[in-house]
Write a protein that binds this ligand. Structure first.
Ligand SMILES: [Fe+2]
Length: 237
């Protein structure tokens, strides 16, 4: 692999970075138009269904969480198709089997008013998860990911902070800006800081969309029961 090498006195030292955690992101070109429609559509949805979805293991602290069928609602198609396009890119980038395609399990809208937050969590039973930002007032909370390797946190070395490499970060925050789409492995623990905006009213709400994807055989019927992907020709190595 030899991702990196450096010279030390008298020796050349190679370094491989094994088992990386990929996080993909893009900023939608059509964000302004898509977001104007999303703000309206999501607020209408909340008015029609103010209770939204409640789960016993939900990481949400305050705020509103829609039902998880957003990907089946035609009015949200412009965003749904952008998400699918990115997921196809992820599948291609990672060299997934071309007989399998991205399939959306669940997609839902989140409205975090001031002081709402999301505790650390993962997305069980999904392969990939992601978030899209619709409206993010200043200081309304960033998403952050934490190092999924507990061993790496047992003993934290002292770093020279002026030279610290991203490969040694233990917590990574992403800017939540309207139009940004971020995709990450569903097992990667993440959380959202509280919304501490000083704005009032509708402009104070942090609005985002979350989703889960899995891998489905291209010839599977729409709505067919999901199958666990077992490949007899693959052995651990
Ligand atoms: Fe999440």
């Amino acid at each position: 692999m030899s991702e990196h090498s450096s010279d030390s006195p008298g020796k050349r030292m190679g370094r491989d970075l094994l088992f990386p955690t990929p996080v993909y992101y893009t900023d939608l070109v059509e964000a302004e138009r898509i977001n104007a429609e999303l703000v309206e559509g999501i607020r209408r949805w909340r008015e029609a269904d103010p209770r939204g979805e409640h789960r016993t293991n939900e990481p949400r602290v305050g705020g509103w969480h829609s039902r998880a069928d957003m990907h089946t609602r035609r009015e949200f198609d412009p965003l749904t198709s952008e998400i699918f396009e990115l997921m196809h890119g992820v599948f291609a980038d990672l060299g997934y089997d071309a007989d399998y395609e991205p399939a959306c399990d669940a997609m839902w809208a989140n409205i975090n008013p001031p002081h709402a937050a999301n505790r650390q969590h993962t997305h069980p039973h999904a392969l990939w998860s992601g978030v899209y930002y619709v409206q993010t007032p200043p200081n309304s909370g960033l998403i952050y990911f934490t190092d999924p390797r507990p061993q790496a946190q047992v003993l934290t070395p002292y770093y020279d902070l002026r030279r610290r490499s991203p490969a040694t970060w233990m917590e990574v925050h992403y800017q939540a800006q309207p139009g940004r789409l971020i995709v990450f492995p569903a097992w990667l623990a993440h959380a959202v800081q509280p919304n501490l905006t000083e704005l009032d009213g509708p402009q104070a709400e942090r609005i985002s969309v979350s989703f889960n994807f899995h891998q489905r055989r291209r010839d599977a019927r729409e709505g067919a029961p999901r199958r666990t992907v077992v490949r007899a020709d693959l052995t651990p190595g």
